[in-house]
Design a binder for this molecule. Structure first.
Ligand code: SF4
Length: 372
């Protein structure tokens, strides 16, 4: 199923491919009077155009995770317990709660015999073992790209490696990846952390990264690690996922051509935060909002063009509501930038997907185990 098909209440792409579509003042009715008037830049300029980043919003891992909860609800009925927010988005979590999902942090909160879904961020081996010991029916919504990191950590650990993980303390993906081992994995959030790392053997150390970090931040940290540990083994290819990379590349293209960037995403969403930071680092004021109601007209003062993007866990429906709000504030047109079209789909777990997809997932897992 495509991201659009599985998005909760997601609506169709606005008809804006390539060309400017005039929304017209008629679309906004009396609210057109609320158009933001520039007080900097061109004299008399008003908010004119909304430019949409491409790609933006749901990635394949988020799409799959939401679909797993929805399919579990359809198949087994409510409630379905989900460990941690399935993805970091307020709207998505509220929508699934309304459909019968119960979000928990501690497995003590799950009754015997319940169906449990692990979130897209992944879990530690201890959590996985505890869920099995308690006899829950488990469906694993860990993004396959996160699982790939887990498999790599397990494989290299068996070869005697220790790890330096670049990531944010307390983020569930970091807890899940670090929890693949009971020792020998060191979290670094900044260069000062790198200077404090103590290793058993500096010739057997590998780097892993949280998938949703800024590519630029990771590069700088990797440089610091290599200066301290010249023999460090770098990831074969950066663990930054395709979706994070594509959304950041789109913001790089977007930021230079607009006066302000709005990122749709929840405060807990790492990749959404990174998009906002990236735009700001490129010199464009940038704000992150969870929904259209958080958009402050003052941010648009002096702006003719507003760039709009969304983190990998934010549904397109929320982007459309922000566009509607920008039109209320005077935007006349909406234009979608050119950019990467994503067609990636991840297979569903056995027991929820169609047979072919589920078999492909089982084959991929068996192949990964055989390689490791
Ligand atoms: S952002 Fe990347 S790693 Fe995270 S769920 Fe999406 S595809 Fe997976």
């Amino acid at each position: 199923m495509s991201p659009a098909e599985s998005a909760p209440a997601a609506a169709a792409e606005p008809p804006v491919d390539g060309a400017i579509t005039q929304a017209g003042r008629d679309d906004t009715g009396s609210t057109a009077a609320a158009a933001v008037t520039a007080n900097t830049g061109s004299a008399g300029a008003t908010l004119d155009e909304v430019v949409l980043a491409q790609p933006r919003g749901f990635c394949a891992g988020v799409d799959r995770a939401i679909e797993i909860v929805e399919r579990a609800l359809a198949r087994f009925g409510a409630p379905i317990h989900v460990r941690h927010e399935i993805v970091h988005n307020t709207y998505v979590v509220a929508d699934l709660k309304a459909k019968g999902a119960i979000f928990i942090e501690d497995l003590d909160e799950v009754p015997p015999g319940a169906t449990l879904v692990f979130s897209a961020h992944g879990v530690s081996k201890a959590v996985r073992a505890e869920a099995a010991a308690r006899g829950f029916q488990v469906f694993d919504a860990t993004c396959p790209l996160v699982t790939k990191v887990h498999v790599e950590v397990a494989k290299l650990a068996r070869e005697g490696y220790e790890f330096i993980m670049i990531g944010h303390k307390g983020h569930p993906e970091v807890e899940g990846t670090m929890g693949q081992l009971t020792s020998g994995i060191h979290l670094v959030e900044d260069e000062a952390d790198v200077s404090r790392v103590q290793l058993r053997d500096e010739s057997r150390v590998a780097v892993v990264t949280q998938t949703t970090l800024s590519v630029d931040d990771t590069r700088a940290m990797l440089g610091a690690i290599k200066r301290r540990f010249p023999l460090v083994r770098e990831p074969k290819q950066q663990d930054i996922c395709y979706a994070t990379q594509n959304r950041q590349d789109a913001v790089k293209l977007l930021a230079g051509g607009v006066d302000v960037v709005i990122v749709v995403g929840s405060p807990t969403s790492s990749n959404s935060n990174r998009l906002r930071e990236l735009a700001e680092r490129l010199g464009t004021p940038a704000y992150m909002i969870d929904n259209a109601g958080e958009l402050q007209p003052a941010w648009l003062t002096g702006a003719r063009r507003v760039g709009l993007t969304a983190g990998a866990s934010a549904p397109e429906l929320l982007v459309e509501k922000v566009i509607a709000r920008l039109r209320e504030l005077g935007a006349l047109s909406v234009r979608k930038m050119g950019g990467v079209e994503e067609h990636i789909e991840f297979p569903l777990p056995l027991g929820l997907g169609d047979r072919a997809m589920a078999q492909a997932a089982a084959d991929a897992a068996a192949a990964a185990t055989a390689r490791s």
